[in-house]
Design a protein. Structure first.
Lengths: 316, 345
C-alpha cells in the first residue's frame, strides 16, 4: 500500500496534477507519524501508512493554496466531503488518495494495558485481529478493540467513499458501538447534578490552548467566537465556566460537520474527554435529522440549509 | 559539607514535617493531568513516575490564570483591592532539573528585566526540592541544553535516587537552613556519594536525543528573512498553544478585565505567540501568517533570549515534542536552520 501511495503521489506532482501532497511520514518519536506537506516529488519517498497515522489531514486543506493530493483514511475523507459541502474546498482541486483504514492505535490505552510508558515499549505490531506489544523481552497480545481509539471502534467508514485513487482492498465497516460508547453511556447514567460536577472538574484543567479547535477540520471559522471582543461571549481566561461555554458552543457550531474523527480528544494535552460531547452531538444529529456528516458530497450542509417542510417540526 | 540521606519509606514523614511550615506541592494526577498539586498527605506514587509532569511547575509561580486585583466603581473613581496573599510559602517537591533551570530562566525576565510582584511574591518565598530523573524520556534533550537529568544548581535541595535512599544535597543556604531544622535525616556515607555519582552519570547517559546548538543565534539571525525556510518549517503547525503554554520557559500572558455592573476583576492568563490574535492590533497584524509566528517562537528561545540574557530559553524538557498534536519537533527545526555567512535576500 505504501509503495503504491509513493508512486501515485510522485506521479501526481510530476504530471502537475497537484501542487501539494499531504500525507504522513515517520515521526520523531517511537510509534508516531507526522504530517508531511510538500511540493517536492522526492519527499514522496518518505510517505507511510501505518496504525499511527492519527492526524485528520483534512484540517490542512483550508489553509493551503492550490491543488492538493491528500492521503485520506475514512474519517479524513468524511471531513473532506463535509468541507466540500460547506464550499470551503472545491472537489476538483483535490485528489483523494484513499487508505482503507484498519483503525488507529491509541497509545494511552496501550500504556494503561501494559502499565508502562510508551517510551518503555520495544515494539507494537498490528495483525488482522490482534495487537502485539513487545515489552521487557515479552510479547503481550491484545484484542484489536482494546487498543484502538474509541472513535475507530465506532468507525462507520474505514474506506473513503469519495476518492480518486484507492490504495488497497476496501474494508467493510464494523462499528462496535457498545465498546466505543462505554464512557458516554456511563456518563449518561449519572444524574444531571453529577454530570455537572463531572464537567466542572474536567474543564477546570483546560488551559485554553485551542488544540481541540485547531485540530478540528470542521472548525474552519476565520474568527472564532471566543476571540470576539464586541460582544465578548466568553472570557479568554481559562476559568472552568468559560472553558465549558467555549466547548459547548464549539460543539454546537460543528454539529452536522463533526465526523467523529476524535481529533479534539486525542490532541487535548490535559486529557479532557471531549469526544463524550462531540459523539453525543453526532448521535443527536443523526437521531433528529437522519444526517451523518461527510457521507454524501451532494447532500446539503445540515445547519445552513433549510427545507420548507422542516418548518412544522423545527420552528414552533 | 556532608550531604544527608533519607530513606524512601520516610518521604511521607519528611513531607508531613515540611507541611507544618510550608504548603507542600508535589506531582499528582488527581486532577486528570500530571501537574504539581497540593500534597494530600499520603500519596508518594509520583516517586515511581517514569515521566515528568505535563503541566510544568512554572504554573506555581505563573499560574494559567490569576487575579491581579478587583476594582469597584466608587464616588470618586475606582477602589482597587489587591488579591489576598497566600498564607503559606510553597515547597515544591520533585522538581526536575530541566524545570528548575527553566524557572531560573524565567527569573531573568520576572526579576532582572523588570520586577513582577505577582511572580516574585510566590517565587521568592518558595523552596524548590529537586529530584533527579532516573528514566529520561525519548523526547528529552536536556543534556544538549546544559542540564543534567540528575544534577541541579537551580533548586534549594536536590534528591538523587541511590537505591533504598535518596541522597539529599544542600544546594542553597535556604536549603541548608531547612535541612538543619529537619529531623530524621541520616548522614550520607562516602559509599552513598559514590552511588549518587554513578546515578548522575547513568541518567546523563540515558538521554539519547541530542541537539547541536552551536552558532544557532547567528544562524537564526541570518535566516530571519528566509520565508521559504520558515514556511516549510511551519507547514504542519496547527497554531495551537500547547508547545508554548506548557513550555517551562514561556512566560507570555494576556490581561483581561471582567466588569459586571460596578465591580470588576483584572485577570492575567497564559498567552501564546502561536495564536494569530497575539499580535493583532487595530490596523494590522505583523504576524498574520503562520510562519512568522513559528519563527517568533523559535527565535525568541534560541536567538532573542540569548541576545538579552546570554542563555537559550530552552532546557530540553521535551514537552513541546511529546505533546505536539502533529509531532512538530524543535530539535529537527533547530538542526535544519541553514548555516549562512550572509542574510538571504
Amino acid at each position: 500500500m505504501e509503495q503504491k501511495l509513493r508512486q501515485e503521489a510522485k506521479a501526481l506532482l510530476e504530471q502537475n496534477k497537484v501542487d501539494w501532497i499531504i500525507g504522513f511520514e515517520p515521526g520523531s518519536l517511537k510509534f508516531t507519524a507526522t504530517p508531511l506537506i510538500t511540493r517536492d516529488k522526492n519527499d514522496t519517498e518518505r510517505l507511510i501508512i501505518n496504525p499511527f497515522i492519527v492526524n485528520n489531514l483534512a484540517d490542512f486543506l483550508t489553509g493551503i493554496k492550490g491543488r492538493v493530493g491528500i492521503v485520506a483514511k475514512g474519517c479524513d475523507s468524511r471531513s473532506i466531503v463535509s468541507l466540500i459541502q460547506d464550499n470551503k474546498v472545491a472537489r476538483e482541486d483535490i485528489v483523494i488518495l484513499a487508505v482503507p483504514c484498519l483503525g488507529l492505535i491509541d497509545l494511552a490505552k496501550i500504556e494503561r494495558l501494559v502499565d508502562k510508558d510508551r517510551d518503555e515499549l520495544d515494539d507494537i505490531t498490528r495483525e488482522e485481529d490482534k495487537v502485539i506489544i513487545k515489552v521487557d523481552g515479552q510479547k503481550k497480545e491484545f484484542a484489536i478493540n482494546q487498543t484502538l481509539f474509541d472513535h475507530c471502534i465506532a468507525c462507520e467508514l474505514p474506506t473513503p467513499q469519495e476518492y480518486d485513487i484507492l490504495l488497497g482492498e476496501p474494508r467493510p465497516p464494523a462499528p462496535e458501538l457498545e465498546v466505543s460508547g462505554q464512557n458516554i453511556e456511563k456518563l449518561k447514567e449519572t444524574t444531571p447534578g453529577e454530570r455537572w460536577e463531572f464537567w466542572q472538574n474536567e474543564f477546570s484543567r483546560c488551559i485554553r490552548c485551542y488544540a481541540c479547535r485547531n485540530a478540528c477540520p470542521a472548525c474552519f471559522c476565520q474568527r472564532c467566537f471566543v476571540e470576539e471582543t464586541e460582544p465578548q461571549w466568553v472570557m479568554p481566561v481559562p476559568r472552568w465556566q468559560d472553558n465549558l461555554i467555549f466547548q459547548v458552543v464549539r460543539n454546537i457550531h460543528v454539529a452536522g460537520r463533526c465526523t467523529d474523527c476524535g481529533e479534539c480528544e486525542r490532541v487535548c494535552p490535559v486529557n479532557i474527554p471531549l469526544r463524550s460531547l462531540t459523539r453525543e452531538m453526532y448521535d443527536i444529529v443523526d437521531e433528529l435529522f437522519q444526517f451523518k456528516s461527510g457521507m454524501d458530497k451532494e447532500a446539503q450542509p445540515l445547519m445552513t440549509h433549510y427545507e420548507q417542510e422542516e418548518a412544522e417540526d423545527l420552528f414552533r | 559539607m556532608a550531604n544527608k540521606k533519607v530513606n524512601k519509606k520516610d518521604i511521607t514523614g519528611l513531607l508531613k514535617e515540611w507541611g507544618q511550615q510550608f504548603a507542600v506541592f508535589a506531582p499528582s494526577r488527581e486532577s486528570g493531568v500530571a501537574a504539581m498539586a497540593e500534597w494530600d498527605g499520603k500519596d508518594t506514587s509520583f516517586l515511581d513516575w517514569y515521566r515528568n509532569t505535563v503541566v510544568p511547575p512554572k504554573a506555581s509561580f505563573l499560574p494559567p490564570m490569576e487575579e491581579m486585583f478587583r476594582f469597584q466603581k466608587g464616588k470618586e473613581g475606582y477602589n482597587i483591592a489587591p488579591p489576598p496573599k497566600a498564607e503559606r510559602s510553597q515547597l515544591l517537591f520533585d522538581v526536575r532539573p530541566c524545570d528548575a533551570r527553566a524557572m531560573a530562566i524565567l527569573d531573568m525576565t520576572f526579576e532582572q528585566a523588570l520586577e513582577d510582584p505577582y511572580y516574585l511574591s510566590k517565587r521568592k518565598s518558595a523552596i524548590l526540592v529537586g529530584l533527579g530523573c532516573t528514566n529520561p524520556c525519548e523526547s528529552c534533550f536536556c543534556t544538549s541544553m546544559g542540564v543534567s537529568p540528575a544534577e541541579s544548581a537551580d533548586v534549594d535541595l536536590m534528591l538523587i535516587d541511590i537505591g533504598d535512599d535518596f541522597l539529599v544535597e544542600e544546594v542553597t543556604a535556604k536549603g541548608k537552613e531547612l535541612i538543619s531544622k529537619t529531623s530524621g535525616l541520616k548522614e550520607a556515607t562516602k559509599e552513598d556519594e559514590a552511588k549518587a555519582k554513578q546515578a548522575r552519570k547513568a541518567s546523563y547517559d540515558k538521554v539519547t536525543r541530542k541537539l547541536d546548538t552551536g552558532g544557532i543565534k547567528d544562524k537564526l539571525l541570518a535566516s530571519f528573512d528566509d520565508e521559504e525556510f520558515w514556511e516549510k518549517v511551519a507547514a504542519k503547525c496547527i497554531s495551537c498553544g500547547i508547545c508554548t503554554l506548557l513550555c517551562p520557559t514561556c512566560y507570555c500572558f494576556d490581561i483581561n478585565d471582567e466588569l459586571v455592573k460596578q465591580e470588576g476583576t483584572r485577570f492575567r492568563s497564559w498567552d501564546s505567540c502561536g495564536f494569530p490574535n497575539y499580535t493583532k492590533m487595530p490596523m494590522e497584524n505583523p504576524r498574520q501568517e503562520k510562519w512568522r509566528r513559528v519563527r517568533q517562537k523559535v527565535c525568541h528561545k534560541y536567538e532573542f533570549y540569548p541576545m538579552t540574557f546570554n542563555v537559550i530559553a530552552c532546557t530540553g524538557c521535551g514537552r513541546c515534542i511529546r505533546l505536539c498534536p502533529v509531532n512538530w519537533d524543535i530539535t529537527q527545526v533547530i538542526e535544519s536552520v541553514p548555516a549562512r555567512t550572509e542574510a538571504k535576500k
